[in-house]
Write a protein that binds this ligand. Structure first.
Ligand code: NAI
Ligand code: CS2
Length: 491
């Protein structure tokens, strides 16, 4: 490492203006970093963060508390250049999930609800993963039969889901005559503001129609596009940081690149963070769709195809020419034509920039991490684009190969029979489909395409797509990854 820049943390203030739900790696390396930059530049300390986990892990919540909420973010441009930032904007960490020590839910639930209902809280941000909204990925409707949502409907004051906590907090604000906070989703979902609104309003409707109407009319749910590759930490990451003198169990590592495009709709105000790199726009949808289909769509192709061939990381995957050729073709021929971008957007340059970012050899971004929750990710990454491309008379062979790889991946082992965990809310339902149709590829593909929470009905009913997926599955399982990519390059 030749070039190490170290930036000390801003001073804590004890003041909290933003509550965050989902204290994971990404929050620590993205939203907290923008706020840190803002505070260092402006000196404004009104926007401290209270960050909560509603699920794993209580360990991180308590470790950050012990560390005075200070931690480090290492931003790697490449192997030689890293910026190490200490972060001081988190003022409080809370845990409302199931405490492994006492096996009880909701250790800090009341503290979190009080924080959400406090007049100083003006913004609530979320990174609770796609499944944390409890929406059908394909339709965007609330999963009212999910046991946790059912529990939040039955006992709203003891809410355990993100939508449930937001509804309860907003009800308390309404009762106290306080204006509502702005809700800003920072998860990789299309129209993430509109979707979050749908989850919260639909849940509120089950409780009180007047509350639901107030939320729908008064609460701002701006959408945002978030981008920074922040893989889960590995032992090697901690060891590399230790070599630089950073012994911090709460540290996170990410790429130097970072982007945040936000719809400017904050009735109670917001940090003036434009000068710190946040892009404030009127409509985020084109940027969000571009990022989901090009970046995340490529990631998911690498994840399922690579994992089936025993490849471990994104970097290893893009060291293979045939996989890079697949990504270029997917991005330029299948994703880009479906995007309606503002004048002057160069999607070819964007695709090349993504390939460079994937080739960052300082990141150990495991394909298994990206492969997680495929049922929640596929619609926005591949399927809506494929539907549009087919409707316009185009072909989607790369997407069909990706879908075939995802189906094969959910069987729970790779092409050489090595087992892997399938971490997905629909895992057992998908395993059942394999058990029922495993020997009959056409029936298996048809059964997967009939999963309505994943596949849009028009795409599932498109015979060209069903044929392409079944054919790709056959090639992939009979000829392996190289064979399938070779066959694809000839059509
Ligand atoms: P992580 O594994 O470090 O953290 C996951 C967070 O989600 C934790 O706070 C966990 O408690 C919470 N969570 C998981 N399931 C939940 C549920 N059902 N209800 C409530 N909370 C739940 O993951 P990381 O890296 O922080 O990513 C989280 C999300 O951030 C992603 O799913 C994605 O939407 C978004 N994101 C992540 C990027 C990355 O590179 N890591 C980049 C862009 C967006
Ligand atoms: C990845 C993303 O885990 C995944 O599914 O595709 O989290 C990706 O790293 C980010 O969206 C990059 O901004």
């Amino acid at each position: 490492m030749r070039d190490v820049t170290r930036l000390p943390a801003s001073a804590g203030s004890g003041r909290i203006g933003i509550v965050h739900l989902g204290l994971g790696a990404f929050h620590r390396a993205h939203q907290a970093v923008y706020l840190e930059r803002y505070r260092r530049r402006s000196g404004d300390t009104a926007w401290g963060l209270s960050s909560a986990n509603l699920r794993a892990s209580v360990g991180l919540v308590d470790a950050l508390h012990e560390a005075g909420h200070r931690y480090h973010v290492a931003e790697y441009a490449d192997r030689e250049h890293v910026t190490i930032r200490e972060i001081g904007v988190i003022e409080e960490t809370l845990f409302t999930g199931k405490d492994p020590a006492c096996r009880r839910w909701g250790r800090d639930r009341e503290a979190l609800l009080a924080r959400l209902a406090a007049p100083e809280t003006r913004i609530v941000t979320l990174t609770v993963t796609e499944k944390g909204y409890f929406l059908s990925p394909a339709s965007g409707r609330l999963l009212v039969d999910d046991p946790l949502i059912a529990a939040d409907i039955a006992h709203p004051e003891a809410a355990c889901t993100a939508p449930g906590l937001l509804v309860e907090a907003l009800a308390r604000r309404l009762a106290a005559g306080l204006a509502p906070f702005t809700v800003l989703s920072c998860d990789n979902m299309p129209d993430n503001g509109r979707r979050t609104r749908a989850a919260v309003v639909e849940l509120a409707e089950r409780r009180d129609a007047a509350l639901a109407a107030w939320i729908d009319a008064e609460v701002a749910f701006p959408s945002s596009m978030v981008d920074r590759i922040v893989p889960a930490m590995t032992a090697a990451d901690f060891a590399r940081l230790a070599e630089l003198g950073i012994e911090d169990p709460n540290a996170v590592v990410g790429e130097a690149f970072s982007q945040w495009v936000v719809e400017d709709d904050f009735p109670l105000g917001r940090p003036a963070w434009e000068a710190d790199g946040v892009e404030m726009v009127a409509d985020v949808a084109p940027f969000e769709t571009m990022k989901l289909r090009m970046l995340n769509g490529s990631h998911s192709l690498l994840a399922y195809l690579g994992a089936l061939d025993g490849i471990e990381t994104v970097f290893e995957a893009v060291s293979r020419e045939d996989l890079v050729a697949l990504l270029r073709r997917y991005m330029l021929d299948e994703a880009a034509p479906t995007l309606a971008m503002p004048e002057g957007t160069d999607l070819t340059a964007y695709a090349e920039q993504l390939l460079e970012r994937f080739a960052n050899d300082s990141l150990h971004h495991r394909l298994q991490q990206i492969a997680m929750d495929g049922s929640q990710k596929l619609p926005q990454r591949w399927l809506h684009g494929a539907e549009a491309r087919l409707a316009a008379g185009g072909e989607v062979p790369c997407t069909a190969l990706g879908v075939a790889a995802w189906i094969r991946y959910t069987a729970g082992d790779d092409l050489a029979g090595r087992p892997h965990a399938v971490d997905d809310p629909l895992a057992s339902r998908l395993a059942d489909l394999h058990a029922r149709h495993g020997g009959d590829i056409e029936a298996l593909a048809a059964a997967f395409l009939a999963v309505k929470d994943v596949f849009p009905p028009a795409l599932a009913a498109e015979p060209r797509f069903a044929r392409a997926v079944a054919d790709a599955y056959t090639t992939l399982t009979q000829q392996g990854l190289a064979g399938a990519l070779g066959a694809l390059s000839r059509v």
